[in-house]
Write a new protein. Structure first.
Length: 252
């Protein structure tokens, strides 16, 4: 791999964006390499949680602006689509994903974090969607995911002004799940990942499916999907085992 480091530490797979001299800006090669690793491990039952982070002082400063000069409108559309489709894949990935935000998460870098299930940031980070300052706007799904995550008013403020925001404000508006001290970021994220890895994996997968596919249409469709998934959970050994354990403790 040229642009990422992969650390297999079952049940965790670390995907580390690794262009630190360019603040881990995202080029086509990086999109390909991330997609390829995710496809390789999708059926590996030993890997239960994916953590994305960055080398050096950034999570990622966004799409690689140096590639923009080569883009005509069709190529720009293709680049945006390629990135956006990877983010869609990450959002719907059957294993839980965490963005461990260790520094700047800007533009396409923040959009990668938005496609993850959980975002944990260190105190010193700055987040934002500064594309407006280049005369463009987020193209890896940010216009849609940010609105759904924090609401239209705050999302429009972030997208239209392009300002960088600090970790405490990001936590207050729900853009990140939690802010932790920089020195304990990795430890806390690892603990969170291990906790997720101990949960029944089919139920986790059902939750992701119901939440991701159920929230974009009419509420009755989402509710129906919830009921269907709820039924499927009863086909799993984990459900039987955990319910039996609970009931046998109570009956003693
Ligand atoms: C085509 C589909 C696109 C889909 C949608 C996505 C769009 C985007 O993401 S557009 C990019 C949005 N991001 C930005 O506008 C941030 C740009 N970077 C910065 O503003 C600053 O680098 C900084 C505030 C994040 C950090 O400043 P500083 O600490 O002063 O570090 P440097 O500016 O010196 O950066 C070090 C090194 O990294 C290169 N670099 C930084 N960001 C990018 C980037 N997004 N693309 C390419 N290269 C980047 C920077 O040029 C420096 O490299 P050298 O000049 O070779 O030292």
């Amino acid at each position: 791999m040229e642009t990422i480091l992969v650390r297999e530490e079952p049940p965790i797979e670390w995907i580390i964006l690794n262009r630190p001299d360019k603040l881990n800006s995202i080029n086509v090669k990086m999109l390909d390499e991330i997609g390829s690793v995710l496809r390789q491990i999708v059926n590996n039952d030993k890997i239960k949680v994916i953590i994305f982070t960055g080398s050096g002082k950034a999570f990622s400063a966004g799409a690689d602006i140096s590639q923009f000069k080569e883009l005509d409108p069709v190529k720009a559309w293709e680049f945006a689509t390629k990135g956006r489709e990877l983010m869609d894949y990450i959002e719907r990935y059957p294993k839980p994903t965490i963005a461990m935000i260790n520094g700047y998460a800007l533009g396409g870098g923040l959009e990668l974090a938005l496609s993850c299930d959980l975002r944990i940031a260190s105190q010193n980070v700055e987040l934002g969607l500064p594309e407006i300052n280049l005369g463009i706007y987020p193209g890896f799904g940010g216009t849609q995911r940010l609105v759904r995550l924090i609401g239209k008013g705050r999302a429009l403020e972030i997208i239209m002004l392009g300002d960088r925001i600090k970790a405490d404000y990001a936590e207050r508006i729900g853009l990140v799940n939690r802010v932790v001290e920089s020195s304990s970021l990795e430890k806390e994220v690892r603990e969170l990942a291990l906790k997720l890895a101990e949960k029944p994996q089919t139920a986790i997968r059902l939750i992701k499916t119901v939440v991701n596919y159920g929230n974009d249409g009419p509420i009755l469709s989402g509710l129906t999907l919830e009921s269907l998934g709820w039924g499927i959970a009863f086909a799993t050994e984990e459900e039987k085992k955990r319910v039996d354990e609970f009931l046998s403790k109570r009956s003693k």
